[in-house]
Design a protein around this ligand. Structure first.
Ligand SMILES: Cc1cc2nc3c(=O)[nH]c(=O)nc-3n(C[C@H](O)[C@H](O)[C@H](O)COP(=O)(O)OP(=O)(O)OC[C@H]3O[C@@H](n4cnc5c(N)ncnc54)[C@H](O)[C@@H]3O)c2cc1C
Length: 386
């Protein structure tokens, strides 16, 4: 097994690392304070990222993306994790891989402009009555001649407040549900019957919004269907593995590495009782545990990414990474604050933001409990095939 990172991948990783440190991290404080990314600075930095080819790196080259393998994307995501989710979305793009199911016309109208960074999209699955049990949605899309009428409410939708168009999951056959009765639709902002009802304030992720979206007999043409009629659930499930791995797994590694770096500086620099606090064994334990946590998660992420690149079925492994990485980040963020004492609790360091932002990684993209259930089911059926 070759663990060497190829030179060209390392160059991309180094470029992203420099870009994040020099151009993106300086925007964090202002974004946190105002809960909005400073517009001028964002336009400048996003244009620079695009010029360097760092936008939508996860998408295939054929549609204008970076064309990275899953392993390479995870190595890049570790670097993206060195800043906040809000900034990653806006500067480097948030393009959902399921958009690869666009037909020729949709590719020109939605996919390519999104990959270029001209359009913003959101994905609307969750509803007030259906979260973990996504197949229990009650939003319906009823055929009406050549059109469909969408009715229902979605909530917690990231970027739902500003998206130019939303990928909406709706029931087209209430009997079949996940087995052929759920369809994805591309719905433009401003379509009559579609409104952003309210934004929902969150404990973290300042700098981008989460919204409740209401569809009331919202008429869309048949050509708005993404993929095939009735195949929406399958399409989502087929594309979430790589997203979970990169956005939660690899990004958590990056965020934890940033925390460890701060912990290291503090342990070496801060003196109490006449000596660096890093001389105290209980402080050393925090550092050692954090280093082990990061190392273990990183290996899990990269191994699973490699298996995805070999087209292997890694659903249970992705669930393991999702749970382990998100819980690891929670532990690390907590230790980071602890090692800084009172200073860790202030808003002068990125630690308290990371502490708040990291909490949701155990909730979205499937809660820890649901993923544990999936892992257990898989192990009970097939054993632990690593
Ligand atoms: C910041 C943020 C951004 C989000 N962005 C999006 C987005 O862009 N698009 C979108 O569609 N959704 C989004 N979501 C929604 C997110 O995916 C859901 O919150 C998540 O799936 C959990 O659903 P729920 O909140 O309804 O919790 P519930 O499903 O009600 O879960 C409540 C509790 O019950 C537990 N539970 C549920 N079922 C089981 C079970 N079978 N076994 C054991 N325990 C169980 C859960 O683990 C949890 O502890 C976002 C949420 C947040 C907070």
């Amino acid at each position: 097994m070759d663990f060497e990172i190829p030179e060209e991948t390392q160059m991309v990783v180094d470029t992203v690392r420099r870009f994040v440190t020099e151009k993106v991290q300086p925007l964090e404080m202002a974004t946190e304070e105002a809960a909005i990314i400073p517009a001028d600075a964002l336009a400048r930095v996003k244009a620079e990222a695009q010029a360097l080819g760092l936008y939508a790196l996860n998408m295939p080259e054929a549609v204008g993306g970076g064309g990275l393998s899953t392993v390479d994307m995870c190595l890049v995501e570790e670097q993206l994790g060195q800043t906040s989710d809000a900034l990653i979305r806006r500067v480097f793009g948030q393009v959902y891989p399921m958009l690869m199911a666009c037909d020729a016309a949709q590719t020109e109208r939605y996919l390519k402009p999104t990959v270029r960074g001209d359009l913003i999209t959101a994905m609307a699955i969750t509803e007030p009555g259906a979260g973990s049990d996504a197949a229990a949605i009650s939003t319906t899309a009823t055929a009406d001649g050549d059109d469909f009428l969408i009715s229902g409410t979605k909530h917690f939708i990231s970027d739902g407040d500003i998206a130019d168009y939303v990928i909406v999951m709706a029931l087209t056959d209430a009997e079949k549900r996940a087995r052929g009765g759920i369809t994805l639709f591309l719905v433009d902002r401003g379509t009559p019957g579609f409104k952003v009802a309210r934004t929902q304030k969150m404990m973290g992720h300042r700098g981008y919004g989460h919204a409740e979206l209401v569809f009331d007999n919202c008429r869309v043409p048949r050509s708005a269907i993404l993929g095939e009629l009735g195949e929406g659930f399958k399409l989502i499930m087929a594309s979430v593995a790589a997203v979970r791995l990169a956005h939660i797994g690899a990004r958590s590694v990056g965020m934890a590495q940033r925390v460890l770096e701060l912990m290291r500086e503090q342990a070496n620099g801060r003196k109490q009782f006449g000596q660096p606090i890093g001389d105290f064994q209980m402080v050393q334990q925090m550092i050692a545990d954090t280093a082990m946590d990061i190392f273990a998660t990183r290996m899990m992420v990269l191994n699973t990414a490699w298996e995805i690149d070999q087209n292997r079925d890694v659903r249970a492994k992705v669930s393991m990474v999702k749970v382990f990485a998100s819980e690891m980040l929670g532990r690390v963020a907590d230790r980071g604050i602890q090692i800084f004492g009172g200073y860790g609790f202030t808003k002068e360091l990125p630690l308290e933001r990371i502490y708040r932002d990291s909490r949701v990684t155990r909730i979205y993209d499937g809660t820890s409990e649901v993923h544990r259930m999936l892992i257990a089911r898989s192990v009970m059926k097939r054993g632990l095939s690593l």
